[in-house]
Design a protein around this ligand. Structure first.
Ligand code: NAG
Ligand code: NAG
Ligand code: NAG
Ligand code: NAG
Ligand code: NAG
Ligand code: NAG
Ligand code: NAG
Length: 819
């Protein structure tokens, strides 16, 4: 056969296979009154949020694999408009913004996609995902019945849908996208927009329908969603949510933890409470639920919303770096397996719930021959003894027991049988341990602006920062000058400069001299020294992202709106000179940012002499070897103030270790019982809000020298900066009898067993103690079974362990192993 013919045949073959696959796998997604149906089959669907820009394409396959292993059916993501269209009609879908690649990666893993286009997304993302240029577009009013806005929303949303259609990514085309979302939690703020809000809501629904994607659309938190939009629930608990008749009970945001703000402590949510919330949702007829977040990740660059930290870990089942957050990940995996085994009864069965009083209830799902049962105890103090169909069950307070066959308890949300993993940070072994990083530096060149007061735009008023800077930079200079004659009435013993700000960071300079800064300036006052003749006042206003939530959130002002006044005080006489309507000139950005000093390829002069410390507006540069291995890498920025950091030109986000978390309200041990809210369980009080910053492996070169560049805005000391890897230090397990205890060091062998006791051990991981009942041989059994292995599992049965004189108590095995 001539070669050309071979190729043609091969091509033909490939082509027909592709045709066959896409034809064969096109599925019909719809819903009945109970659940989403896929090709007519009612489904229990477990989904988890992973936002593609909050990790890297290199991390995606592993994140998705771990999601699948954790028992998810679908990955949910928002689409981030301001990241994709930073300048009107100029698009970016490269790197971690490659939405299509992300969706295909999910498809390759065999999972579905829930595409929440929005394009308003909230998400603690800068400006809720909307581009700031919309705010500056003449006549544009955001998220309401406004033609300018609706045209832009239509333009972007249509483009995203067209991109997905072109790649055949909707389920109706054989792709993975089973559900799409328009807008986001609009029902929570609709009142703010009045009748225009209602009109906009209807327009959103009609517009979404007109896109003809062939899969159902949802509108979350939208009780008045027009047909055929599906309203869904968001919250920490959604079991009491009632969908409209003939619509399924769907939960699109189950908050697995909470986000962190600069100055705040670390919120966490226990595995027991999260599992309780999920189990209760399914007990009361739920059929679709999505974890917000399953992997939170990192706010790289300038993507975080106002005062939101760079880490978006969220205490999610997969941590910021993509490793398992145990026991949460494993405890939910077991729950998912249990729920999946009941899919038929949960989606078909007739439901009977019996209230036994005292917040205790039983729910029975009966479908033809099979049935499944839930025993729920929402009492936050009292364990319940339930006699159910002749058998006695103990359901701990604030928990749900699941009996897939209505006889045997397979899962209880309060009984965690999964190991707890304790992560530790280790120094970078690639660096010589005795030698710290070598730094060079250069000053940020601000003289030109602060002394001369020269800007690009001059107007006779104070400009709002979004309008003046269009979100091109965090930094905006406001500069004015005033000529003072000797007979000016302002002269007095002390002259004060008073600035009414909007809560942004402010650095104030008078005649080139720094007179003070404020972290969140609303009322800034400093005494100043002025000269006869010309005086220059330069104010640097710094944003940390714009607000992302609330009715009219887009109109919340940023920057300096004034008044800016000078106050002279002479005895009882007060003289006020209002500078607000002076001639102000504006400059967006800083010299070093505009000139891309952070790009490591840039040939600029850096000095190694007289390294400054605690000096504002300083650039620092160092090189380092990438840590060996594959463990996640962080850079410890303790000692620094606030600024931006880049590794080999990739932004790793804003840093601010000098901002300490509030000192009170932390509870390292958190009682899972009782209603959770975002402030209930927090840790890290009094410590830097964020000290460690994720450096994705793909940002670093293996052998070559890697460059870290910092722009230090407040002043700090880089001498303590170092790179670390995050590994599993120890693992703990705490399992009840009749379960299998599994220990795994995530790729490393177990080196020692620090604690083992079978009986009623006390305490938690790291501080276990023997109780009154303790089988003598537990330690030797575990040591024999586990040491030297990457993972081991032990079936916990009474006959293996010696438990004489323990009586009738329910026994547990507690183990702490060292990796
Ligand atoms: C978006 O608007 C531009 C004009 O600004 C137009 O060329 C383009 O076709 C529009 N895209 C869609 C999908 O409507
Ligand atoms: C549910 O109950 C109704 C009315 O008793 C009955 O007709 C139906 O067959 C039951 N469905 C199932 C799946 O058992
Ligand atoms: C449940 O039964 C156990 C003994 O089986 C008892 O100790 C406990 O007090 C009972 N709890 C309640 C709430 O009745
Ligand atoms: C400006 O701040 C001062 C306090 O420093 C306050 O008394 C005044 O009301 C503020 N003015 C405006 C217009 O907000
Ligand atoms: C300004 O100076 C006056 C008089 O010296 C003093 O009373 C006042 O506290 C100072 N204000 C500030 C904001 O430093
Ligand atoms: C534990 O028990 C299960 C079922 O009883 C069995 O499949 C498994 O192999 C046992 N594991 C070990 C480590 O003995
Ligand atoms: C109402 C609200 O804050 N919505 C948010 C719900 O959950 C997460 C909070 O982390 C946000 O991203 C949502 O948009």
């Amino acid at each position: 056969m001539p070669p050309s013919k071979k190729i043609t045949l091969a091509l033909l073959f490939c082509f027909s296979v592709i045709l066959l696959i896409s034809y064969a796998s096109a599925v019909k997604v719809s819903h009945d009154g109970r659940s989403i149906t896929i090709d007519g089959k009612p489904r229990i669907l477990l989904s988890g949020s992973i936002h593609y820009p909050r990790s890297t394409p290199e991390m995606w396959p592993d994140l998705i694999k771990k999601s699948k292993e954790g028992g998810l059916d679908a990955i949910e993501t928002y689409v981030f408009w301001n990241a994709h269209e930073p300048v009107r009609r100029q698009y970016d879908f490269t790197g971690n913004l490659d939405l299509i690649k992300f969706i295909k990666t999910v498809q390759d893993a065999g999972l579905y996609v829930v595409l929440r286009i929005g394009p308003y997304v909230c998400a603690e993302w800068n400006y809720g995902g909307l581009p700031v240029w919309l705010h500056n577009l003449p006549g544009c009013k955001i998220r309401t019945a406004n033609d300018v806005f609706m045209n832009e929303m239509k333009n972007f949303t249509t483009m995203i849908v067209d991109m997905a259609k072109k790649e055949k990514l909707f389920a109706s085309q054989g792709g993975p996208i089973i559900i799409a979302q328009i807008e986001n939690e609009y029902g929570d703020v609709e009142w703010w927009y009045g009748d225009a809000g209602k009109a906009y809501r209807d327009w959103c629904a009609n517009f979404a329908e007109s896109l003809d994607v062939g899969v159902p659309w949802i509108m979350c938190q939208q009780n008045d969603a027009p047909d055929p939009m599906i309203n869904t629930c968001n919250g920490f608990y959604c079991d009491q949510f009632t969908p409209r008749p003939n619509y399924p009970k769907m939960w699109t945001e189950n908050w697995t933890g909470w986000f962190k703000s600069w100055g705040g402590s670390d919120p966490f949510r226990t595995a027991e409470d999260l599992a309780f919330a999920v189990a209760k949702f399914f007990q009361f007829g739920g059929t679709f639920q999505n974890y917000y977040m399953y992997h939170g990740g990192t706010n790289f660059g300038r993507t975080a919303a106002g005062y939101i930290t760079t880490s978006y870990d969220y205490n999610a089942p997969l941590d910021e770096y993509g490793t398992l957050n145990q026991p949460k990940w494993g405890h939910l995996k077991q729950l998912h397996e249990t729920l999946k085994s009941m899919e038929y009864t949960l989606t078909h069965g007739n439901i009977t719930t019996t209230d036994l009083g005292n917040y205790v209830s039983t729910t029975v799902y009966v479908a033809e021959e099979s049935s499944s049962c839930f025993l729920g105890n929402s009492n936050y103090k009292l364990d319940a003894n339930i006699t159910f169909r002749g058998t006695q069950y103990t359901v701990p307070a604030w928990s749900v027991s699941i009996l897939p066959d209505c006889k045997i308890e397979v899962y209880n949300t309060a009984k965690v049988n999964t190991q707890t993993t304790v992560k530790v940070k280790r120094p970078n072994k690639a660096e010589d341990e005795t030698e710290s990083l070598q730094w060079t530096w250069r000053p940020e060149n601000i003289d030109e602006t602060k002394i001369l007061g020269k800007g690009e735009v001059v107007v006779n008023h104070l400009m709002e920062q979004k309008e003046a800077a269009n979100d091109d930079s965090d930094y905006l200079w406001y500069m004015t000058s005033l000529d003072l004659k000797k007979d000016d009435p302002i002269w007095s013993k002390s002259i004060t400069l008073r600035i009414n700000g909007t809560g942004c960071i402010l650095h104030a300079y008078v005649n080139g001299e720094h007179i003070g800064s404020d972290n969140a300036a609303r009322n800034f006052e400093r005494n100043v020294t002025l000269n006869y003749g010309r005086n220059i006042i330069s104010l640097l206003s710094v944003t940390t992202g714009f607000s992302n939530y609330g009715g009219g959130y887009d109109l919340q002002p940023a920057g300096i709106l004034g008044p800016v006044v000078l106050i002279g005080q002479n005895g009882d006489e007060t003289v006020i000179k209002d500078l607000s309507a002076h001639k102000w000139s504006y400059k967006v950005g800083l010299h070093g940012l505009i000139n891309k000093l952070f790009s490591s390829e840039k040939a600029t002069k850096w000095s190694s002499e007289n390294l400054p410390v605690n000096t504002m507006m300083t650039w620092y540069k160092t090189t380092f070897k990438a840590p060996v291995g594959t463990d996640p890498v962080v850079v410890d920025l303790q000692g620094l103030g606030k600024g931006d950091a880049w590794v080999n030109g990739h932004s790793i986000g804003r840093y601010w270790p000098s901002y300490l978390a509030k000192t009170d309200g932390c509870s390292d041990a958190c009682d899972y019982r009782g209603k959770y809210e975002s402030k209930k369980c927090t840790s890290n009080c009094g410590e830097p809000t964020q000290r460690w910053y994720h450096v994705p492996r793909s940002f670093m070169r293996d052998d070559d020298e890697n460059t870290l560049i910092l722009f230090e805005e407040f002043g700090g000391n880089p001498s303590l900066v170092n790179f670390q890897t995050i590994t599993v230090g120890s693992v703990c397990a705490n399992s009840y009898e009749k379960n299998t205890l599994e220990l795994a060091c995530q790729g490393r062998p177990i080196s020692a067993i620090k604690f083992a006791s079978f009986g009623n051990p006390q305490g938690t991981c790291g501080s276990f103690k023997k109780g009154t009942c303790d089988g003598a041989n537990a330690l030797s059994i575990i040591e024999k079974e586990c040491i030297g292995k990457e993972k081991c599992s032990i079936n916990i049965s009474n006959d293996k362990f010696d438990t004489t004189n323990c009586g009738d108590i329910v026994k547990r095995l507690a183990v702490e192993a060292v990796c």
